[in-house]
Design a protein. Structure first.
Length: 493
């Protein structure tokens, strides 16, 4: 049956009557998860109001994937689940109900064609996140979802352990179900400022401490970092240790990569993770793909003690092979100055710092370099060691780790186990993943499931009878103004 309700766009007053609410769902947050939840709930026949604090929906979606919108990933399911670490099993039901193929079919229905790139990353063919947002806008309009922008929710009302409505900065909306889809605490300019955690905590939900994930790392050797600023390294091996830099034993570096999302054996202490790929130096420390991927593990380790990293600049060679190669070069080009030997081994900007680190005179000829000097150079090339000071602040992270504790949410419906009629989806949950489209897929899947779960609640046969009984009661409880005690202070260990 065609739904003929009209969508309401913009910050103007919603046309819902303030009374009633027995068939109404209010979705808080018009990001990827919230828009999916609102559309799906309305598609099932519910009356849906979507409240967004910003003046436009989908602000974070528009900047995702560097504005190209990395929608999902082509990786097979087992490997896909592994990218979420301990949160993976929670997503089984959501992925069974709505997974990659469903998402791509949904987007195709609204004219968004997709392509698969290196690493299985799936993007719109147009490389425009705006096209994805346009598709969701069309979905919301088609299903009759009323969108109210510029409307921050300040409280969720409950009565007798059940949601009864939401309070915005200007209006009170009775509702039989509420879906909390406010996102995380990263990218605050897009509206993700941790509002959902405050609302959930005020209703009695436990919030797993928030930490920045997929975030660059500041180092203690700031002079070294600044001297290497802008240097981009490819095909290097980065290993993080639960040790200060001067305590790292290169012999403990595992033979193979290890870490979240990597099959095989897990790292043995003191190793935290070890990854091969690309990284770069910045004015504050280190960044780039492999740094971001291991950053959450490093952040969690820093809470317990010092962390150092080892950079293997020549991972294709064993220590013995590297020493032999260096000796051959010194013998073959005996008159060549040490500086010129380094120029053949390193990016140009790394030469001066390596001269200082090796303490070998720049003009020393190759045939005069001693065995101990050669070994010192080889040791630095195989294990350049740096102390991690801290992650950059939450605002610099791509994803928020932590959030609403998963044991308090039913994974089959995304329903709260504490408050009837309350549902969660997206980054507000204690779910995070590596880069590659995994975080957006989790948002879409949990949003779809939350929309269905909430619709089932408000459309159940006893909903009207329950609403009539509720109107006879008084003493509505208000939640939403609790202190932000669960946010980890930046820089705290």
């Amino acid at each position: 049956m065609t739904n003929t309700r009209k969508a309401e766009q913009g910050p103007g007053r919603a046309t819902f009557p303030h009374g009633g609410g027995e068939r109404r769902i209010v979705v808080i947050g018009a990001g990827a998860a919230g828009m999916m939840a609102a559309g799906r709930a309305a598609e099932r026949g519910a009356e849906v109001l979507l409240c967004e604090k910003m003046e436009h929906p989908g602000k974070k979606l528009l900047v995702s994937g560097k504005t190209r919108c990395n929608l999902t990933n082509a990786r097979e399911l087992d490997g896909f689940m592994g990218m979420y670490g301990p949160g993976g099993p929670f997503l089984h039901a959501a992925f069974r109900r709505f997974f990659r193929e469903d998402l791509l079919a949904f987007l195709e229905r609204y004219g968004v064609e997709t392509k698969t790139e290196r690493g299985g990353r799936i993007f719109p063919v147009s490389d425009r996140a705006e096209d994805v947002l346009t598709a969701f806008r069309a979905y919301l309009k088609e299903q009759g979802v009323r969108l109210r922008t510029g409307s921050p929710v300040t409280a969720i009302r409950t009565e007798a352990g059940r949601v009864s409505g939401v309070q915005t900065s200007r209006d009170l909306y009775p509702a039989a179900a509420v879906i909390l889809a406010t996102g995380g605490a990263t990218w605050p300019a897009t509206g993700s400022t941790g509002d959902g955690y405050r609302l959930a905590a005020a209703l009695g939900h436990r919030i797993v401490p928030l930490r920045p994930a997929l975030v660059p790392l500041a180092v203690r050797e700031i002079s070294l970092a600044r001297s290497l600023q802008g240097v981009s390294l490819r095909n290097v091996r980065l290993t993080a240790f639960r040790d200060p830099a001067d305590g790292i034993d290169p012999g403990r570096i595992p033979e193979n990569e290890c870490g979240r999302g990597i099959g095989g054996r897990q790292p043995r202490p003191p190793v935290i993770e070890s990854r091969m790929g690309e990284m770069m130096f910045t004015h504050f420390g280190i960044g780039g793909p492999i740094v971001l991927l291991m950053s959450l593990a490093v952040v969690d380790a820093l809470a317990a003690g010092p962390v150092g990293v080892s950079i293997d600049l020549k991972p294709a060679l064993t220590p013995v092979q590297l020493r032999e190669r260096l000796q051959r070069d010194f013998d073959r080009h005996g008159r060549r100055q040490f500086r010129r030997h380094l120029e053949g081994l390193l990016p140009a900007k790394m030469v001066a710092p390596f001269l200082a680190l090796t303490d070998i005179p720049a003009d020393k000829p190759g045939h005069q370099i001693t065995a101990s000097e050669r070994d010192r150079l080889a040791g630095l090339l195989k294990s350049l060691r740096i102390n991690v000071k801290a992650p950059l602040p939450m605002a610099s992270a791509i994803v928020t780790a932590g959030g609403i504790a998963l044991e308090e949410v039913d994974p089959r419906t995304m329903a709260s186990r504490k408050v009837s009629g309350l549902f969660f989806c997206g980054e507000v949950l204690d779910i995070d993943a590596d880069t590659g489209g995994y975080n957006l897929q989790a948002a879409f899947s949990t949003g779809y499931l939350a929309g269905e779960g909430a619709a089932d609640v408000v459309l159940s046969p006893d909903a009207s009878a329950r609403e009539g009984h509720d109107r006879e009661r008084t003493g509505i409880e208000v939640a939403g103004q609790e202190p932000e005690t669960f946010l980890r202070r930046e820089g705290a260990s």
